[in-house]
Design a protein around this ligand. Sequence first.
Ligand code: XIL
Length: 447
Amino acid sequence: MTLTVKSVARVSLVSTLVLATVGAAVLAASPASGAASTLAAAAQQSGRYFGTAVAANKLGDSTYVGILNREFDMVTAENEMKMDATEPNQGQFSYGNADRIVNQARNQGKRIRGHALAWHSQQPGWMQNMSGTALRNAMLNHVTQVASYYRGKIYAWDVVNEAFADGSSGGRRDSNLQRTGNDWIEAAFRAARAADPGAKLCYNDYNTDNWSHAKTQGVYRMVQDFKSRGVPIDCVGFQAHFNSGNPVPSNYHTTLQNFAALGVDVQITELDIEGSGSTQAQQYSGVTQACLAVARCTGITVWGIRDTDSWRASGTPLLFDGSGNKKAAYTSVLNALNAGTGTTTPPTSTTTTTSNPGGGGCTATYSEGEKWNDRFNGQVTVSGTDNWIVTVTVSSPQRIIATWNTSASWDSANVMTARPNGSGNTFGFTIMHGGNWNWPAVSCRVA
Ligand code: XIL
């Protein structure tokens, strides 16, 4: 079995030497085409957006609006679309401040993320005091009314915000909405889909950045369950509020990749990182690179423009200083966006992803192998049974070109079915990546 592995690696290395030369020539030529000079333009080079939270009461500040118009192509209302703002009295809707933001953005050709239709926080007083069926119906009516009002104008809605508990439980947060029944989240998503079929529907939360945290796993299981039952969910938002007590995790790319492998887009929705200077700048570029390394990470939004605009201004967590000057963090994000995808530097993560823990009677764990310009190796270890069937799904333009320690067949270009061949419970494969470094999705069941 070792022989097979080695021969695959050797074949790959020989062809890589040739391709490395070609790749170097392409890379050397690319800077001549010119790097983009704004965040939005730099993000657009890879088909992504770069957004910011906007406050309606700052739209008269010319420095603020100047930076907004120049740098960003996606806008989130910081507070103006929340439940307390849009339905201050039951059945009486108020869109003035939200519309100011929406109109300013649309006049400038920017898109809009809607935030947020249902949340335990920033509820109007009348709703805070409600419970049971009356609250469930009021929540669904709110989702329907607000999503209908903005139908056709919203790129993605945060349908439900912050519904999971912090700490080790991995379960739901207690709230008046949660107490109306565990299905409140899927009910909200169904109502939003009916009201605006063109908007992407996201679940949005914080402290879900570290793959090993229970809260991250809890949200992952919910999204997996929604996808398996056809609940309409299109995206997961990662708020990404970081500071020294909650730093950018080293496995961020793993988290984004594993969620994307469930068949949803991922978005960084409220990014801010407390700190200053090169430490802050490095963390910002790390987050940017993690998004760029995941094909379905469609964009990044920062939670405000200047440090003084921030909801946690004392932590100076944003890309512009109080006078509107670009900080080191700005330059590091811009450079990371301009470096983009398709360089010869693959993501460096070496952590693992698992699928079906217990669910299919076994667990399949993926881990990265060697990487080359044109291909990478991966391996899967199965536990829980010796009699497994593992499905490995790669995403276009990737294709699997070799396997070892398994008996495998392909029933379509992207889906491989692997079974034991007497070599134990770890098998490997080589994927031609075509510039897409995403990990395959793996799942296993007992034969
Ligand atoms: C914050 C706003 O920035 C503040 O102005 C407001 O006082 C409180 O809410 N998670 C979210 C955002 O989803 O809506 C929050 O925004 C920050 C945390």
